[in-house]
Design a protein around this ligand. Sequence first.
Ligand code: THU
Length: 158
Amino acid sequence: MKNFEIVARVVEVLPEELDATQRMLVEKAKEATYRSYAPYSHFSVGAAILLDNGETVVGSNQENAAYPSGLCAERSAAYYAHGRYPDALFKAIAIAARDTDGEFCDAPISPCGACRQALLEYEVLAGQPVQVLLAGKDKVYVLESVKSLLPFAFTNFS
Ligand code: THU
């Protein structure tokens, strides 16, 4: 028998400790929360993806009266990014959320399982880690890759 542990390495930083690009990405994720369509949950999520062609693509959660038909901010952004720029590789993603009271969540939120799987696809395509910035009100969790959010992931590529 063999035991092993899977460790997710997370670095918590203050927003002012981010570099200029990371700060820009977090700002865009925060702005995107204002374009969320969340009449059912009243929980507004924004995501901003930096591509290797220098473009930044944003997305927000889009809900639907038939609840499962809605889509999270991360997948809205990722699918749009790859549809719009099919040759560009993902470099980083920032995610932010505002709670039902309209305030930015104190604690960073973390993507749902389906979004982790979807984002991993683009990390594998990129052939390099996609940095993940989970932005809370006064702190940001920095993860060096999507894979660290989804250990034991299913992938067809590796
Ligand atoms: N949501 C996201 O957009 N991203 C996440 O990482 C978690 C949840 C959305 C889905 C739904 O519109 C609302 O937040 C409440 O779950």
